[in-house]
Design a protein around this ligand. Sequence first.
Ligand SMILES: CSC[C@@H](O)[C@@H](O)C(=O)COP(=O)(O)O
Length: 364
Amino acid sequence: MKVDGRPYRTIWPADDGRTVVVIDQRLLPHRFETIELRSLADAEVAIRDMAVRGAPLIGATAAYGMALGMVEDSSDEGLARAGEVLIASRPTAVNLAWAVRTVQQILRPLAPAERVERAYAEASRIAEDDVESCAAIGRHGADILEKLWKGGEPLQVLTHCNAGWLATVDWGTALSPIYAAHERGVPIHVWVDETRPRNQGAALTAWELASHGVPHTLIVDNAGGHLMRQGRVDACIVGSDRVAANGDVCNKIGTYLKALAAHDNGVPFYAAMPHSTIDFDLAHGDLIPIEEREAREVTHISGRAADGTVTEVLLAPEATPGANFAFDVTPARLVTALITERGVCEASAEGLAGLYPERAGKAA
Ligand SMILES: CSC[C@@H](O)[C@@H](O)C(=O)COP(=O)(O)O
């Protein structure tokens, strides 16, 4: 996608062929800056501190992290250790473990001397695969949005968190259909959930949509139910960090409440994801590890001024403890359909098996 007229992806190798460059998403929407990852530790910290975030981008960063790890130590021990370090950085998005295991599987039979080049090639393949997958998700999802639009007033779509191009290598998952429909001339207005506590909706989704001229309005996380009751939402689309084999969808905390409100109000609720997000090894969503982050993100709110100064304010009494669950699981029965690069399917084991017959019922 473009930033100030220049095409960008969220991750790319620098000219030296070794350093990996990413956008520092902690600085958006006020500053667009990149950081260079030069070591396995840099990649691990970028994921853990959320300079990069979003399931597919975490996966691509982990793949490049494996390559950086191979530069440091391409022995069998180095290969295993790099995987352990990266997998421990964030637990919920399965794309991370999927990318690490994909790279390990390719490298394991090779001699250590051959592993560095092959690791970079595989990381680049994973990144390209994500770009193609997200573009295809955009086409399939735009077909749905086009059908939902009855002509006249803009289609009203609600989204949660950031599942746009910043969360992937390019295009996005939930936002890709919105961009594609917008390109096709379908008038769309997006209700953007702020997405406390880290405000990915306010900071990232709003920034993306504004940069691409898609009309949108920022709302507090609890407004979605009210808008749905008033008939002011035609569809919800979210991304996912992990889809279980039965179609349960894990995504940013608060997604489940939106799905409940959508179900109660007859609003279609779609989740969009590439194949790398589907965990055929997990029978159902209750088995998905839910990341718990620092309570400080809940008890405090912080904002960055345009000059870069960060101000943090305590919201609660000093002694009040906070709990910070980063994701929740929406049961498959509340999901109208899954939108993948292979097409649209029911959120069920049968639906997933129809699209991925080679993976269903087998280890990923
Ligand atoms: C495009 S992927 C969708 C998800 O990764 C996205 O909705 C999300 O929950 C991101 O969470 P984050 O904690 O910002 O990594």
